[in-house]
Design a protein around this ligand. Structure first.
Ligand code: URA
Length: 184
């Protein structure tokens, strides 16, 4: 547990990139810290920055509803972001920001020890898989990070802009969950 407190303190005091200047809160993650199922998004939005909790805005609510409809309640997963501080106007994080913040995410993955990871959107996929990834083409496919199977899918914010993506995302989440059930 001390490791989590250390991480929270480090993130709250972090000045590795310029994003600290405008943050209200560093956003670490939420959910079950020993879950087998982990989801990783991009960066906190306005509401997350305000509350200091991951995925509590519109996109997060949509995702929680989808997961809950599949029987995956909040206590069955851990969810966090690649970047812990909000980029202004929700712009895509810069490469240097991602590089500065990755050690925190790696630490989280080491502590949670998930058996399956879902990467939500392009930034998460590019940051962890380090390939020329286009989520529109790669979604629904598997890769591996630190020996852990990772499924790539859309970011829930993309679904708010384009409802037609919902079916594919639902399918990807279900497949990721199914893989976990088959492993245990
Ligand atoms: N988008 C993200 O990627 N993460 C959040 O926590 C909220 C919106």
């Amino acid at each position: 547990m001390n490791d989590w407190l250390d991480l929270e303190k480090q993130c709250a005091e972090c000045k590795r990139c310029a994003l600290w200047e405008n943050r209200k809160n560093a956003v670490i993650g939420r959910g079950n810290k020993s879950a087998d199922f982990m989801l990783i998004g991009e960066a906190p939005g306005e509401e997350e920055d305000r509350q200091g909790r991951a995925f509590v805005g519109k996109a997060g609510q949509l995702l929680s509803m989808a997961l809950s409809a599949m029987g995956i309640e909040d206590d069955k997963y851990y969810i966090c972001n690649v970047i812990k501080c909000r980029p202004q106007n929700n712009r895509t994080p810069y490469e240097e920001e991602i590089e500065s913040c990755m050690p925190y995410l790696d630490k989280q993955i080491d502590m949670v020890k998930p058996k399956v990871i879902v990467l939500l959107g392009n930034t998460a996929a590019v940051s962890l898989i380090k390939k020329n990834i286009r989520i529109t083409q790669q979604r629904g496919t598997w890769d591996v990070y630190k020996g852990i199977p990772v499924m790539m899918t859309y970011h829930p914010a993309a679904l708010l802009r384009d409802e037609s993506k919902k079916i594919d995302m639902w399918r990807d989440l279900k497949n990721a969950w199914k893989k976990l059930q088959q492993m245990s």
